[in-house]
Design a protein around this ligand. Structure first.
Ligand SMILES: Nc1ncnc2c1ncn2[C@@H]1O[C@H](COP(=O)(O)OP(=O)(O)OP(=O)(O)O)[C@@H](O)[C@H]1O
Length: 767
């Protein structure tokens, strides 16, 4: 009892100490906000002067102050989260953030009797805050001085004695959790014994209920993850690791780190490519919570091409054709073939110039076309040359140059001739039909005709593949308008390059996340309209952005060869971070994808990392998933689950009414967990699943197996492992993904195709 009371007193004392520090930080932040507000006021006064120079200066000041204010305001929430207490370092130099730079312990910092004093205490937060005397009140989590907070382990503690995670909300400190890095030392801080409180911040973070959005992990980044986040920028940082090892989280924190390290360089933009819109909306809150968003575009792989927003999935067989690099050859032939669509191309050209009839026949036109197509330029860019050769041929036939000798007169006559011919309606109509401006969608639509496609895909695709591909494109009208699948988008992008840019339609562009630069809305309230011209300039710049300074590919194992080509175009001079897990790949030909990936990344230096700890699944669920991994990818290593809950997966055999069984399982889990319940079914059952679960509320989410990628729920129901596994050649790997989504509980329902044992365990999940 007495011991408990003492411990409580220690906790109170430590909480009070952190509260005092947080109060100081707030005080300082308020001072800084006043400074920013003063700047705004001052800027407005200067605006009244009215000279162009003063207005420009005001504009710049208002912009800066507005961004600063907005940033400070948004950082207030839970922005102090860590603290490290350090021994004295080998040298006594301070860095720009006011912290000592030494990483090694000074020789005499630990006395022979294993006692030591804390020489430096640093608080870590989402942004750095200096006190009025430039001493560090808070160190930015990305600064070098914060690295020991993440890197230090009892095995390799460096200068850190105690690492503390502080939980706070707004202005209140709610709790602290300590890890002791040097338990062998008796350390004192300001003459008092160093206190240790709580039992591990990581476990507390992992045990919390999940919502529909991912949280940042800035308070509990682990050492192996920190190495990835802070890896040098050049070249390619490649990260592999099993489900739940934090690959997505690490990739997003790396984006924030890179921006902090070299904001100027990454003002070129960071692109995060994600497999599904669901994963985009799950993850897009993480960067704003880290104070970064304006420079980072998180896009689903089906939304990388302007004007083509796709989230529909093709059947696995069709996806396999559309994703394969064999499509390159088919698209090349199709784009040229579309120029020649039977029945639509005029066979001859007749024009009347200066009262004379001129004609080019089928053979002459074919010769011209062949000669132009001999070049390698994109088809739409060949059009001017084709037009010129037609005019040359007509000019030759007209004989008008023959009686002239003076080159100047010849040129003049020719110019008049060209002008006359090319403004003739007949000529314009002819050119439109004979060498139309092609759009990617139009070529894609042309491929929906099976006979035509068979010609273009001869010796590249087999008849069955041709039939499947043509049928899938039949959803489009003859201009290519209609629903696109995710895989169509990479084809459109390839066609865009093959065809060259057609004249741009003047339709307004679709919404782009980059248009919403951080905090600019708030700034307008201060800067009023004077700011809007700056904003529209910024928007224009973002609209023009088709290349990025850094590309992050999440779930990289799923990119098809055609998608790799599309993504590569967005980062030709970029540095890259590529995260993925081959064991979760839903693409059927890993070797072909690996070649495409190598081509996309080129000769850049590669830095490889492996993450080994599963932070999502409890050991009970991870063990079950490992059985499927052994079938899906014999010899592959499972990550080690960091915690165990004692709750084993539940198995249920569906009676004849599969829907009722699934609904009952979901309801039961809803009662047992606080947060979300994901119900994963084979892709073919998505619509049914929605009906089964209707009315259960938004804590329950029905998902096709491919949609579950990257997501997580407190509990999941996996419906019929055999159905999921049989759906595609990569089905076992997709099943592995499905089984690894839960943070707490898993129910597996055996359907008709499963062969459950007496305990209801389907054959695929038995030893
Ligand atoms: N250091 C950490 N502290 C707290 N939570 C963490 C940490 N690392 C990862 N997590 C949590 O573990 C879960 C899994 O992380 P994440 O989704 O990034 O893993 P992943 O490797 O991308 O998984 P998958 O391959 O299955 O998509 C998330 O809830 C994440 O917040």
């Amino acid at each position: 009892m007495a011991q408990e009371a003492t411990q409580l007193a220690v906790v109170d004392r430590e909480l009070a100490a952190e509260q005092r520090h947080l109060d100081r930080v707030y005080h300082r932040l308020e001072e800084k906000i006043h400074e920013a507000e003063f700047l705004v006021d001052d800027a407005e006064k200067r605006g009244q002067v009215g000279t162009p120079g003063a207005l420009a200066e005001r504009d710049a000041q208002v912009f800066q102050a507005g961004v600063h204010l907005n940033r400070l305001n948004s950082e207030f929430e839970d922005f102090l989260f860590g603290r490290i207490d350090l021994l004295r370092g080998k040298d006594g130099k301070r860095g720009p953030d006011g912290a000592f730079t030494a990483t090694e312990v000074a020789e005499d910092a630990v006395r022979p009797d294993n006692t030591a004093d804390i020489a430096e205490t640093l608080h870590i937060g989402r942004i750095g805050v200096l006190d009025a005397d430039y001493s560090p009140l808070v160190i930015d989590w990305r600064a070098p001085a914060a690295a020991p907070f993440y890197r230090s382990t009892p095995k390799d503690p460096g200068r850190v004695v105690r690492r503390r995670v502080i939980r706070s909300k707004g202005r209140r400190v709610l709790g602290v959790e300590d890890d002791l890095m040097r338990p062998e030392l008796a350390t004192s801080l300001a003459g008092e014994e160093l206190a240790i409180v709580g039992d591990g911040a990581l476990m507390a973070a992992l045990g919390r209920a999940r919502s529909h959005t991912m949280r940042d992990i800035v308070a509990s980044i682990q050492a192996e993850q920190d190495l990835v986040i802070r890896a040098p920028a050049p070249g390619v940082t490649e990260v592999t690791g099993g489900p739940g090892t934090g690959k997505t989280a690490v990739a997003l924190h790396r984006a924030a780190y890179l921006l902090y390290q070299d904001r100027r360089r990454y003002s070129g933009g960071i692109l995060v490519v994600s497999p599904t819109p669901l994963l985009v909306s799950y993850t897009e809150g993480v960067l704003p919570s880290l104070g970064e968003e304006g420079q980072v575009a998180i896009r689903a792989v089906g939304s990388l091409v302007e004007g083509a927003e796709a989230d529909a999935f093709d059947t696995p067989a069709v996806a396999r054709v559309k994703g394969s690099s064999r499509m390159l050859q088919v698209l090349r032939r199709a784009s040229r073939g579309t120029l020649d669509l039977g029945g639509e191309v005029p066979r001859s050209l007749r024009v009347v110039v200066f009262g004379r009839r001129l004609e080019l026949d089928e053979r002459e036109l074919a010769d011209i076309r062949r000669s132009v197509l001999g070049g390698t330029a994109p088809l739409n860019l060949m059009r001017p040359r084709a037009r010129r050769l037609v005019l040359d041929a007509l000019w030759a036939k007209s004989g008008r140059g023959t009686h002239l000798v003076d080159p100047e007169l010849i040129a003049e006559a020719r110019e008049g001739f060209d002008e006359d011919v090319s403004t003739e309606d007949d000529f314009i109509a002819f050119l439109e039909a004979w060498w139309p401006v092609l759009t990617p969608r139009r070529v894609l639509a042309a491929m929906a005709d099976e006979r035509r496609l068979a010609r273009w895909a001869r010796r590249t695709l087999n008849p069955r593949e041709i039939r499947q591909l043509a049928r899938s494109l039949g959803r489009l009208d003859n201009q290519g308008q209609g629903p696109l699948s995710v895989h169509d988008v990479a084809l459109l992008d390839e066609l865009r390059v093959l065809l060259g840019a057609p004249p741009r339609p003047s339709r307004p562009r679709e919404a782009d996340p980059l248009d919403e630069l951080t905090g600019l809305d708030e700034v307008t309230t201060y800067a009023e309209r004077s700011y809007s011209s700056r904003r529209s300039r910024a928007e224009r710049r973002e609209q023009e952005r088709t290349e990025y300074a850094h590309v992050i590919v999440d779930e990289a194992q799923d990119l098809t060869p055609m998608q790799w080509r599309m993504v590569a175009r967005r980062g030709t001079s970029a540095t890259w971070t590529v995260v993925g897990d081959p064991a979760q790949s839903s693409w059927s030909d890993p070797d072909e994808a690996a070649r495409a990936r190598d081509e996309a990344l080129g000769a850049r230096v590669r830095r490889r990392f492996t993450l080994t700890v599963n932070y999502r699944n409890p050991a009970e669920i991870a063990e079950l998933a490992a059985k499927v991994l052994r079938l899906a990818m014999p010899g592959a290593q499972s990550p080690t689950a960091v915690r165990s809950t004692g709750v084993v997966p539940r198995f249920t055999i569906a009676d004849r009414k599969l829907g009722a069984t699934v609904r009952a399982a979901a309801q039961r889990l809803l009662a047992e967990v606080e947060g979300t319940v994901g119900v994963v079914v084979a892709m073919g059952r998505r619509d049914e699943a929605r009906q089964w679960l209707a009315g259960l509320g938004d804590r329950v989410v029905p998902l096709g197996s491919l949609e579950a990628k990257g997501l997580e729920y407190d509990a999941t129901v996996v419906v019929s492992p055999a159905e999921i596994a049989d759906e595609s050649p990569a089905g076992l790997r997709v099943l592995y993904v499905a089984l690894t989504r839960a943070t707490q509980q898993l129910t597996v329902i055996a359907g008709e195709r499963d062969q459950p044992d007496a305990a209801g365990v389907p054959d695929l999940l038995r030893d």
